[in-house]
Design a protein around this ligand. Structure first.
Ligand code: G3P
Length: 215
């Protein structure tokens, strides 16, 4: 399973660059950084050798393609994030024809994922946390998408997004999702277990009682 970091914060990415396989950003995450978009994307690409999603904000297909081309030209690892709309999928088709990879975002149904895959999306991003927020089953959505796409050879990979806690990542892995994109704080939590901390403390304390060799 590949783990992406869901952030536009370069410090967070630098800290975990040794571990992660890619990065996803979105307009809200970029806005938090208060820095020029293209500069942030370029810096991220220099830190991580894997797909880096940069989202278009135009709502018409031509506008999306026009925004996408210079973004894709920033670095070979840039993936264009496109919203799941009819126009978005027209843009995905056009970009796929030019060999530009896309990540269809804001996916909330398996039918949306199916259409995106048919149009040549490289990735689809179901938002599990936001489904859970409104009382739905985010992981049921992921299971349905995986089952649907596995029936065909689209070559579209599933990025489990809107991850809120470590359990989401584990459940994504148990379902065999190719990728989870994880906020920094959640990825940090995944390293830890209270019994690991207690165990280390006890080993170090007991070690103090071991006679030193004297050499
Ligand atoms: O990057 C898209 C997604 O991960 C956003 O998550 O927490 O705003 O629902 P969230």
């Amino acid at each position: 399973m590949r783990l992406f970091l869901d952030t536009a914060n370069v410090e967070e990415i630098r800290d975990l660059a040794w571990l992660i396989d890619g990065v996803t950003t979105n307009p809200s995450l970029v806005a938090k950084e208060k820095r020029p978009f293209e500069k942030v994307i370029k810096e991220i690409c220099d830190l991580v050798d894997g797909p880096v999603s940069a989202e278009v904000t135009a709502m018409d297909a031509d506008g999306m393609v026009t925004q996408a081309r210079p973004l894709a030209a920033l670095h070979k690892n840039v993936v264009i994030k496109v919203p799941m709309t009819e126009n978005g999928l027209k843009a995905v088709q056009a970009l796929a024809a030019d060999g530009i990879r896309t990540n269809v975002t804001l996916v909330f149904s398996a039918n949306q994922a199916l259409l995106a895959a048919k149009c040549g999306a490289s990735f689809v991003s179901p938002f599990v946390g936001r489904v859970d927020d409104v009382g739905g089953g985010g992981m049921d959505l992921v299971a349905e998408i995986l089952e649907t796409l596995q029936n065909y050879a689209f070559g579209t990979e599933v990025i489990v997004a809107s991850v809120r806690h470590p359990r989401h990542v584990l459940e994504a892995a148990l379902l065999g999702a190719e990728i989870a994109t994880v906020p920094y704080t959640v990825l940090k939590q995944m390293f830890r277990h209270p019994l690991t901390d207690v165990g280390i403390e006890r080993f170090l304390k007991d070690w103090e009682g071991v006679p030193k060799s004297g050499r």
